[in-house]
Design a protein. Structure first.
Length: 303
């Protein structure tokens, strides 16, 4: 619906050029992550297998390479979570890639119905195969101890609660929420060690930092809600314009990010003092809508 209401524009230049945005370094590695990484190293010998949780929207960027060094030869089952938030085309491409490059992997969605017993069964299968190679004359114990690792906000707590069919781990959308390790009994033979979300000490590229900010592995305050929202908006304009237009009821000529922000200020009633746009509220609208999948299915990494 077209609005005739005029809006006052702010003198602040909200739109960073690509070169200006590129100069911003994204680093988030609080002290408890250093401690958590050390605890992983200390306890890795006590577990049989590691569940590494990643985000399907950035399946490689959400991998912590530092963990790989600490895990050594330990068996790993990679669980690529939030697969419902990427397109079927991207899902099939990445499933083929993982089958070839990281075969001990499963694509899941912690918010959709998933057969979580199949995850535990797959883990036993991995361990049994490994045991048959190293000790073919003996039978492996039915007991299994699992360590679950991943970057912040990848869905670890939701997955754990689904595995045990009860609220065993606290789930929140705040990165860095879990700060202590805890053992959780899945069944008579299986125990799981939950660990805090751990970021790599260094994010390799600026664009990876923006991906991780968009999926909320990094707190919004690190990059700034304005830059997170504008990155999401620019990406949506390029990749999912029809969905963006339909969701926000945009007029045909609205393809400029700043013009869209001003339009949203009117349509959502997000106006501050003297009729200026309340940009903080608009940024939060965009960020929330993206993370809930309302702006279309997105996989930042392409093959």
């Amino acid at each position: 619906m077209k609005s005739n209401k005029k809006i006052k524009t702010s003198k602040v230049d909200l739109m960073l050029t690509p070169d200006e945005a590129k100069e911003k370094k994204i680093t988030w590695y609080p002290g408890h992550m250093v401690k958590a990484l050390r605890q992983v190293q200390e306890r890795i010998k006590k577990v049989d297998i590691v569940f590494e949780i990643r985000d399907a929207r950035a399946p490689l960027a959400s991998k912590n390479k530092e963990l790989k060094r600490l895990l050594g030869e330990k068996s790993v089952l990679v669980l690529i979570n939030k697969s419902d938030l990427i397109s079927d085309v991207d899902l099939k491409k990445w499933q083929a890639w993982f089958k070839e490059n990281e075969p001990n992997s499963m694509f899941i969605s912690s918010t959709k119905k998933t057969n979580y017993k199949s995850i535990v069964s797959y883990a036993y299968e991995i361990l049994n195969k490994k045991h048959q190679i190293s000790n073919p004359d003996t039978q492996r114990s039915k007991k299994m101890r699992v360590m679950i690792v991943g970057i912040p906000n990848c869905g670890k707590s939701t997955i754990i609660n689904s595995l045990v069919s009860r609220k065993a781990a606290s789930a929140t959308n705040k990165p860095g929420h879990t700060k202590a390790q805890q053992w959780i009994k899945l069944d008579q033979d299986t125990e799981l060690l939950d660990t805090p979300g751990i970021m790599p000490p260094r994010i390799e590229t600026e664009i990876q930092g923006k991906w991780l900010s968009a999926i909320h592995a990094v707190p919004d305050s690190t990059l700034g809600k304005d830059e997170v929202a504008l990155f999401i908006l620019r990406h949506s304009l390029k990749e999912n314009y029809d969905i963006l237009k339909r969701h926000y009821k945009l007029e045909d000529e609205l393809k400029d990010p700043l013009a869209i922000l001003e339009f949203l200020a009117i349509s959502r009633g997000a106006l501050a003092h003297k009729g200026l746009p309340d940009y903080d509220r608009i940024y939060q609208f965009i960020i929330n809508d993206f993370r809930e999948g309302k702006l279309g299915k997105v996989c930042f990494e392409s093959l």
